[in-house]
Design a protein around this ligand. Structure first.
Ligand SMILES: *Cc1c(COP(=O)(O)O)cnc(C)c1O
Length: 395
């Protein structure tokens, strides 16, 4: 099997598994228990908090453990909206290509009376700081822009947007789920007030995440109960997964340069290879993207068929088109960067990491080429294009 879907989830690293197992075997007390055995678990939790804080330039008391990226996104937005409401501010700025954990939470806030403004995304997959500056109003309470996009991998000018928001005293949240462990993050230098992280996107376990919230911001509880997480997130902490998350994030940050250099050279090889397929086009800026992200559109192809045939060849990938999920609409991200419906349906995301090899990249290039050629050969629509009855959209 060739795994090229690291944006969906990653394999746990050996060090994270071993930290988790050790914790499950020896540190299984309840961190809220007062006896020594419980306090040992609390110590592990606090160590994890320190480690994670130091990876993003935060203080340990600004780190809240959650169940993952979706929960962190929900809590950040709902908290910021509440803070806004108390000051009579109901305008929220975001972008059209956020993750659904953001977009659906914004929809909910819209139903509650908030005024949601989604910025258009440039065809390269970038939000410009001026767009944010121009959208800010007197009643803006929150700006939320993702650090790097999960489908097309493009990296946003987070530091510049943070500076604009801080200058206007407006809260700034970023969904950094795709960035954490893969790109340098410094919440101080980048003026980030709130930030979401998910462990399973950097070789940690599923079901563990972090909400960083700058000191002094009042969080709103999504889950009521005990006084865990300084009263802001009830429920006995998933200590093993949290300890594994800290291990994985520290590993990822310590080895970021070495890993990224390797991944970058694989990515360039992959893009060079896939670009040779006629009537194809890379989605998102070629340079300003996550080291491991490759996303192409192939004209005349249905993304889901492409995935199934690649699966037959042992390749795990992803597509923006997901008919089985019950939605006939192609990816909102590809539509946001201006891809026509027909083209957006034929997308393929390959997200690689440091565990992939050059041989695997060669195999992916060859397999995608074969599958695209086969699918086109059986497509009536493609035949029409060949004989000139329909126009090609991609050159
Ligand atoms: C994966 C992902 C999420 C959701 O994280 P979970 O931990 O799976 O809930 C949110 N935002 C982005 C950008 C993601 O890639």
């Amino acid at each position: 099997m060739i795994y090229a879907d690291n944006a969906a989830t990653t394999k746990m690293s050996n060090s994270a598994i071993s930290a988790m197992l050790k914790c499950m075997e020896n540190i299984w007390g309840n961190p809220s228990s007062l006896y020594n055995f419980g306090q040992k678990a609390a110590e592990h939790l606090n160590q994890a908090r320190e480690i994670i804080a130091s990876c993003i330039g935060a203080n340990a008391n600004e780190i809240y453990f959650t169940s993952g990226g979706s929960e962190s996104d929900n809590q950040a937005l709902i908290s910021a909206a509440k803070i806004g409401l108390r000051r009579g501010k109901k305008h929220i700025i975001s972008t059209a290509f956020e993750h659904h954990a953001i977009l659906h939470t914004l929809k909910k806030l819209e139903r509650e009376g908030f005024d949601i403004e989604l910025l258009d995304v440039h065809e390269d997959g970038i939000i410009f700081p001026e767009q944010v500056a121009n959208a800010i109003r007197d009643d803006t309470c929150l700006v939320t822009v993702m650090f790097a996009n999960n489908e097309i991998g493009t990296i946003q000018p987070i530091g510049e947007i943070g500076k604009i928001c801080r200058g206007k005293n407006i809260l700034f949240h970023t969904d950094a789920v795709q960035a954490a462990g893969h790109l340098p993050i410094d919440v101080q230098a980048q003026n980030i007030d709130m930030l979401s992280i998910s462990a399973h996107k950097f070789h940690g376990a599923k079901g563990a995440g972090v909400l960083y919230s700058r000191k002094g911001l009042r969080l709103t509880n999504l889950i009521e109960g005990g006084a865990q997480e300084r009263g802001k997130r009830a429920g006995t902490e998933n200590v093993p997964a949290i300890v594994a998350m800290a291990t994985a994030l520290k590993d990822a940050c310590d080895n970021m340069t070495v890993n990224n250099n390797k991944i970058l050279s694989l990515r360039e090889k992959l893009i060079d290879g896939l670009e040779k397929i006629p009537h194809s086009s890379l989605n998102g800026d070629r340079k300003n993207r996550l080291p491991g992200n490759v996303n192409f559109c192939f004209e005349g192809i249905e993304g889901e068929s492409l995935l199934l045939l690649l699966d037959d060849k042992g390749i795990c990938a992803s597509s923006g088109s997901a008919c089985t999920s019950g939605s006939l609409d192609p990816s909102h991200v590809l539509l946001a960067i201006g891809r026509p419906h027909e083209i957006a349906h034929g997308s393929l995301r390959l997200s690689i990491d440091e565990n992939n090899s050059a041989e695997e990249i060669d195999c992916i290039i060859k397999s995608v080429g074969e599958v695209v050629e086969y699918l086109r050969s059986i497509s009536p629509l493609w035949k029409d294009k060949i004989i000139g009855k329909r126009e090609f959209i991609l050159k």
